[in-house]
Design a protein around this ligand. Sequence first.
Ligand code: SAH
Length: 229
Amino acid sequence: MVWGIIGAMPSEIALLKAQMSGIKQETVSGLTYYSGKIRGKEVVLCCSEIGKVNAAMCAQTMVLRYGVGCLINTGVAGCTCDDLDVLDIVLSRDLVFHDYDWALQEKYHPHTSKFPGDPGLIALAQLALEQMPQRMFRYKLGRIATGDVFVEQEALREDIIRRTHPDCVEMEGAAIALVAYSNQIPCLVIRSMSDNANGDAGMSFDTFEAAAADHSAKLLLAMLEQSDA
Ligand code: SAH
C-alpha cells in the first residue's frame, strides 16, 4: 500500500521528508509530490498549501496519480475544547465543515456532512501513542471542524462551537476526508494544537507551530513504524 500523507505547510511535512529515503519528486498542478519510503513503507508526501481547495486538489491527485491506499493529514490546529492545551493531539473521530451548509451536503454529493476517521488507522494511532516513551502531551479522539478561515475572533470561535461542537478547528482536514470518502479510501487526520483559536491565536501559532507540527509528524512516524501495511 502507498500511504498518502498531506501537510498544509512546510513545517508540517519537514520531519517526515527528512526521514524519507529514495526520494523522487514531481510537480503536478503547482504542488510538489515526494515519493519514497519512510520506515520501510511506500509513501507519497505533499505540502498541499493552506485551505480546503488546495487540500482537496492534493488529495485527489494522490488518489488518481499515485494510487494511494489511505490518506493521512498531519498538522496543527486551534483548540476549541476544555480538556486539551497547546501541543496536545486530536485524532479525527469525525470531521465536519464549519462553513458549509450541512443540509446541502446531505442532499447532494457526498450525501453526508460527517466524515469519520478510519477505525483501523485510529487504533494504530492509539497504539503508537500508548507506546510512546515519556509522552508529555495528552490526546483525544474527537471532532475536527474545517473551514477557510484562521479562527482568532472570539465571536467566530463561539459560533463554530455552538453550531458544530468541535474539539479543534483547522483549514484542510474535512476536505481531505471528503475526497477519501468519495474514493472509499481510509482516512485519518492528526492535529496537534498550536493555539486556542481565540484572540491570542496569532501569537500562539507563531510560537508553537513548529513544535506542534513535529508532535503530529512524530506520531505518524511511530504509526508507520508499527504498521504492517
Ligand atoms: N497566522 C498564520 C496562519 C496560517 S493558516 C499565518 O498567517 O501564516 C493556519 C494553518 O494552521 C492552517 O493550515 C490550519 O489548518 C491550521 N490552523 C492552526 N490554528 C488554526 C486556527 N486557529 N484556525 C484555523 N486554522 C488553524
